[in-house]
Design a protein around this ligand. Structure first.
Ligand code: XIL
Length: 353
């Protein structure tokens, strides 16, 4: 081989590397940030969907399959109380493609099976049902699920505790004792897998406000007393009006105060719902995505950025917010949107600015 020929091959190789686009997962890896997506087992036979997940993401979370109702549709006395197959399929997919799995969620007031919600159980029966549920589910997945949203959405907007089956209707035994029932759930999850990272997860707690103040007070109490809480999940189901300097400043300061407690931070359910897909709207969405990702990148305790879905085609938004859609990084045709490029460049910035 002549010198010129070798030179030509080398230059061609270099230009291939230089132009081959980097993926989200590749851009996030040097930051030690996992780039996650909520996924649905119903779409695992969609090859475009799975290809995108495998190349762009480093973490998965089942959108519904690990919630109480879907995973334990029948009582423990039933010969087959659990329906693990859909969640197992997601976990198997994740393992085959080297993706981390976040579990979602063990204690929530929604998607509770009828046998529980309509069962007229006493407090002590409910406590043993929840204990059994948490132990069985966490043990079933073991080390395959590295982090759990143990309790989801326990606070109201004003910072008071939400009245739920698990807290005070009738609750698992700590009604009126503040966050004690959340502590109990964390202890049960910890006993079932001491290695798992355990999270409290909520929405509208991204900025400093009465809800995040209440979560902060709980987290600081838990840290002080050694309750096994690893971190906080910030859902971040957003609209464009979040993109204001005061809100973004408050969001960064809020994350900072939680990280100062020694907690890990995950952005868990990010989406930015729009009323149309005009270029201006898509660019505004992109800008906000960049800001949200940027704050995570600049806070060393922020270790995951996860969107609530992959493609707009399968997003929960049109079903839950009438007139809205277009909230994710990939469009209906699985093509990357301006928001994708914006998150990618936030991940690739040097973090100092
Ligand atoms: C949503 C799912 O996306 C929907 O498919 C389901 O019908 C309802 O739940 N906060 C959460 C998630 O913590 O579990 C919710 O997921 C969205 C809001």
């Amino acid at each position: 081989m002549t010198h010129g020929c070798l030179r030509f091959i080398l230059i061609s190789l270099l230009s291939v590397f230089a132009t081959s686009p980097i993926t989200l997962r590749e851009a996030a890896a040097p930051r030690r940030i996992l780039m996650g997506a909520a996924v649905s087992s119903r779409h695992l036979d969609d090859a475009k969907y799975t290809a995108l997940i495998a190349s762009e993401f480093s973490q998965l979370e089942p959108e519904n399959e690990m919630k109480f109702g879907p995973i334990q549709p029948r009582p423990s006395s039933d010969p087959q109380p659990y329906n693990f197959a859909p969640a197992d399929a997601i976990v198997a997919f994740a393992q085959a493609h080297h993706l981390a799995v976040r579990g979602h969620t063990l204690v929530w007031h929604q998607q509770v099976p009828q046998w529980v919600s309509k069962g007229q159980f006493t407090t002590s029966q409910l406590a043993s049902i929840l204990h059994d549920h948490i132990s069985t589910e966490v043990s079933h997945f073991g080390a395959k699920v590295y982090a759990w949203d143990v309790v989801n959405e326990a606070f109201n907007k004003d910072g008071t505790l939400r009245s739920t089956l698990w807290y005070n209707q009738p609750g698992i035994g700590f009604a009126g004792q503040g966050t004690k029932y959340i502590e109990q759930a964390l202890e049960w999850a910890h006993a079932a897998n001491p290695q798992a990272k355990l999270f409290y997860n909520d929405y509208d707690a991204e900025t400093e406000n009465p809800k995040s103040d209440a979560i902060y007070a709980m987290a600081s109490d838990f840290k002080q007393r050694g309750v096994p809480l690893t971190g906080i999940g910030f859902q971040a189901h957003l609209t464009i009006d979040f993109d204001q300097p005061e809100k973004l400043k408050s969001y960064a300061a809020n994350l900072q105060r939680f990280s100062d407690l020694g907690l890990e931070l995950h952005i868990t359910e990010l989406d930015v719902r729009l009323k149309d897909s005009n270029p201006a709207s898509l660019n505004a969405e992109a800008h906000l995505y960049g800001e949200i990702a940027g704050v995570c990148v600049r806070n060393p305790s922020c270790k995951a950025i996860q969107t609530w879905g992959v493609t707009d085609k399968y997003s929960w938004i049109p079903f839950s917010f009438k007139g809205y859609g277009w909230g994710l990084l990939f469009d209906d045709a699985y093509q990357p949107k301006p928001a994708y490029t914006s998150v990618l460049s936030a991940l690739m910035k040097n973090g100092k600015e």
